[in-house]
Design a binder for this molecule. Structure first.
Ligand code: FRU
Length: 421
C-alpha cells in the first residue's frame, strides 16, 4: 500500500528505534503467512465440557479492567472484567446484533459473578456495542472504550462501526459484597474511518464485513504517549498489492496470488490521544497491514515485555486471503518499539490455534500482562462427538513468551486472569 512507501520500503536501514517515524507501517506478507502446522506448543488443550458463567446469557469477547499503565486493576480487592453479552432469547449467531457490555467481578480473579450492564443501553451509541477495553484512573473513574456498531433505532441491522467511549465510577458495596457502577458520563465517538488510512464501508470490496472496531487503550511505557489500537482495513490504495505484501523476490518468483486476494486488507489501526481526558484522538497510519493476506486482524492489543513490543491479534481461517490457510486463533508480532518492522512470532505469527479436530473451539483471545491468555468457548465438540455451543469463558491458557517464540504451557480455570499464587 502506498502509505508505507515513505517508511519501511524506502528507508529500511534506519536502525535506531527512537528515530523510527510515526508513519511506518509493518507488513504481514503472504510469505510470512505460510506453514501453519499445529503442535503442542501452539495448540489449545481440548475442551469437552463447560460451566456457564452466566447461564441466561451468551458471553463472548472479554477484557479486564486495567490501570493506565496496562496492569490489571483492583477495586477494593476485586478484579473486574467486561464482556460482550446477549440474552439467550437470541440465537447464537443473532447475538452479534444484540451485543451489550456487561461486567463481572471476582476477588480471586477466577470465580466470576455477573454485575450487570455497564451503561444504560438507551444512551449508548450504535444499535449494539461491540468489543473494546477498559481503563481506570487513579481516582477510580473508568473509561470504557467500545465499538458503536450500526445506528441507534435503525430498522434493520447495519454494519457501520465507530470507536466510542463512555465513563463511570466503580465502587465496592461492602454490605452487599458486590461491585457497582455509578455517575455515568456521556457516550461519545472518538474516531470514524477516514477513507484515507482506514477504509470506509463504501470503499469495501469483497464479501467479508469491513472493520473499524475493537478500541484497545495503550500507554507506551517508553514514550508515555497514549493511544487506542483497533481493527481496521487499509484504504488509500487501488486494491493492487505491492511486492512487499507478497514477500521476498525469491518467494515472489513462484508464488501465485489468486484473484480476489487483493480484497483482503486487514490492518491494525492506531490513533493517538490528544488530551489527558481521552476525548480527542488523531488517526495515524496503521501499525501493521495484512493487505493480500487477511481481512480481519481483530481485537489487536500490545504488551511490553523485556523492552520488546508484542502486538497480538485474533483472526479466522475464513478471513485469510485465497491461497493462504491459517487456523482460527491468536497471532502475534514483535518489535523493539511501538512502531516499526514487526516480525511475526514463531515465523508465521501463529501463537494459539484450536485443536485440529475442534477448529472453532475458542476465539477472541486476549493476552494479559502476565502472559495468561483469556478467550471464550465458541462451538466445540463434546466427549460424545456432538457439536455444542459455548458462550462462556474458556479455560485460560498459560503462554510463555521468549524473544520471538511462544509456547502454550497448559491451562488455568475458565476466565482466570491471574495465575494462582
Ligand atoms: C471478535 C469480534 C470483534 C467484534 C465482536 C462482535 O470476536 O468479531 O471484532 O467486536 O466479535 O461480536
Amino acid at each position: 500500500a502506498i502509505m508505507l512507501v515513505g517508511g519501511l520500503v524506502q528507508t529500511p536501514g534506519i536502525a535506531n528505534a527512537a528515530e523510527k517515524s510515526e508513519t511506518e507501517t509493518a507488513v504481514w506478507s503472504r510469505e510470512d503467512a505460510q506453514n501453519y502446522n499445529l503442535n503442542k506448543e501452539n495448540t489449545a488443550p481440548d475442551i469437552d465440557n463447560v460451566d456457564q458463567v452466566a447461564p441466561d446469557y451468551w458471553v463472548w469477547d472479554t477484557w479486564p479492567l486495567r490501570n493506565r499503565d496496562g496492569s490489571i486493576a483492583t477495586v477494593n480487592g476485586y478484579k473486574i472484567v467486561f464482556a460482550l453479552t446477549a440474552s439467550k432469547e437470541y440465537t447464537w449467531s443473532g447475538r452479534h446484533d444484540e451485543a451489550k457490555i456487561r461486567y463481572f467481578y471476582s476477588k480471586n480473579g477466577k470465580d466470576w459473578e455477573m454485575g450487570g450492564l455497564s451503561y444504560d443501553p438507551d444512551k449508548a451509541l450504535g444499535s449494539r456495542q461491540w468489543a473494546g477495553s477498559a481503563m481506570m484512573e487513579e481516582d477510580g473513574k473508568v473509561h470504557l472504550f467500545y465499538t458503536a456498531s450500526g445506528r441507534k433505532g435503525e430498522e434493520s441491522t447495519t454494519f457501520e462501526q465507530r470507536l466510542a467511549k463512555t465513563t463511570f465510577d466503580i465502587d465496592v458495596d461492602k454490605k452487599d459484597k458486590s461491585v457497582e457502577l455509578s455517575n455515568h458520563g456521556e457516550h461519545m465517538i472518538l474516531a470514524e474511518a477516514d477513507g484515507e488510512y482506514y477504509e470506509t464501508q463504501d470503499q469495501k470490496t469483497g464479501d467479508i464485513i469491513y472493520s473499524f472496531r475493537d478500541p484497545w487503550f495503550f500507554k507506551d511505557p517508553k514514550t508515555k504517549k497514549e493511544y487506542i489500537i483497533f481493527e481496521g482495513n487499509s484504504a488509500g490504495y487501488e486494491k493492487t498489492l505491492d511486492p512487499e505484501n507478497i514477500g521476498s523476490e525469491e518467494f515472489r518468483k513462484d508464488h501465485e496470488v489468486p484473484a480476489g486476494a487483493e480484497d483482503y486488507n486487514g490492518n491494525v489501526g492506531i490513533a493517538s490521544a490528544e488530551n489527558e481526558d481521552l476525548t480527542e484522538f488523531e488517526l495515524l497510519p496503521p501499525l501493521l497491514e495484512a493487505d493480500g493476506v487477511n481481512q480481519q486482524l481483530e481485537r489487536p492489543h500490545v504488551l511490553v515485555k523485556g523492552g520488546q513490543y508484542y502486538l497480538f491479534t485474533i483472526s479466522h481461517q475464513f478471513t485469510f486471503a485465497p491461497g493462504l490457510n491459517g487456523p482460527d486463533g491468536l497471532y502475534g508480532f514483535v518489535n523493539d518499539s511501538l512502531r516499526g518492522d514487526y516480525q511475526p512470532l514463531n515465523d508465521n505469527g501463529l501463537v494459539v490455534a484450536n485443536p485440529e479436530d475442534d477448529p472453532f473451539m475458542t476465539y477472541s483471545h486476549a493476552v494479559m500482562p502476565n502472559g495468561t491468555v483469556i478467550s471464550f468457548v465458541n462451538e466445540y465438540i463434546d466427549e460424545n462427538g456432538n457439536k455444542q455451543l459455548g458462550g462462556t469463558f474458556a479455560p485460560t491458557i498459560k503462554l510463555s513468551i521468549n524473544g520471538d517464540e511462544t509456547k502454550v504451557n497448559g491451562t488455568l480455570k475458565p476466565g482466570q486472569i491471574i495465575p494462582s499464587h
